[in-house]
Design a protein around this ligand. Sequence first.
Ligand code: ZN
Length: 291
Amino acid sequence: MALGFWRHRRLGQGRRLAFLAAMLAGFADAAAAGEPAALDALVHAYPDFLVGYDASDLIWRDGTRMPLSEGRPTGDFAEMLRRGSILDQIRLPYPAGPLTAGAGPTGDPGRVRNRAFFDKMYGNCWKGEVRPRLVGVVWLPRSWGRTIEATSVNGVAQRIAAVSAEVDALPLALRRYAYPPAGTYNCRTVADTGQPSMHAWGAAIDINTTYADYWLGHRSGTSDTGYLNRIPIELVEIFERHGFIWGGKWSHYDTMHFEYRPELLSDQVATESQPSAAELRRIGSGNDRRR
Ligand SMILES: [Zn+2]
């Protein structure tokens, strides 16, 4: 891929030196020990913002560096949900396509989100930075036809429109699960983690609440998580093709929820944006391209 080639050419020496430093230090650095595929997918998934990474940092087009792991021990998932690092948020692979028959989800792939990472891309809604970037999308023009709002950043609103067109063409027996939608942008945190929901960045959509199942709703008085889902896989696969993961694949399931996380769907999603020669010169000169 052109982008991958360019990225490695630019950062290759830095990465080799950093890798050597990590080896010499005698510890298995996370980036050196098996995370590169997930990090490559992350950089490739957000071409408008990211250019690469080294052993310690994620590198943005404007020159910003963000720590990959923040030096904390890993393994406590509840803690990761509250204070997930960039590596934590891509650590669990997301299983695209149908779930294995009879088995519920075994983890929460994508439910960890690094707040600084998403605030920088989409803005902080509590500071009024997300709303100005929202644009309207007519959801299911044939079936429902009202306007919902999603962020224009990363083409999320356009991708929701593409999902809408495909879903709208399905037979009623399938598309009825998708409307009326239960919400997109909502400046709020997730109840059990205190962290912003993807809705707070304008990059998530909840579909018809009539058919929704939620992990908290089935837990009262029992230790059984009792996975339940009524959303047809045909809908899920359309969302996944356009870069949205499904909350129905979390052990803490939320089956009406979809959010734009193309880094977890790198095999499915085509990211069209590639840097032009002029852009490469601009990046090379270190200009800040934040808008
Ligand atoms: Zn949701």
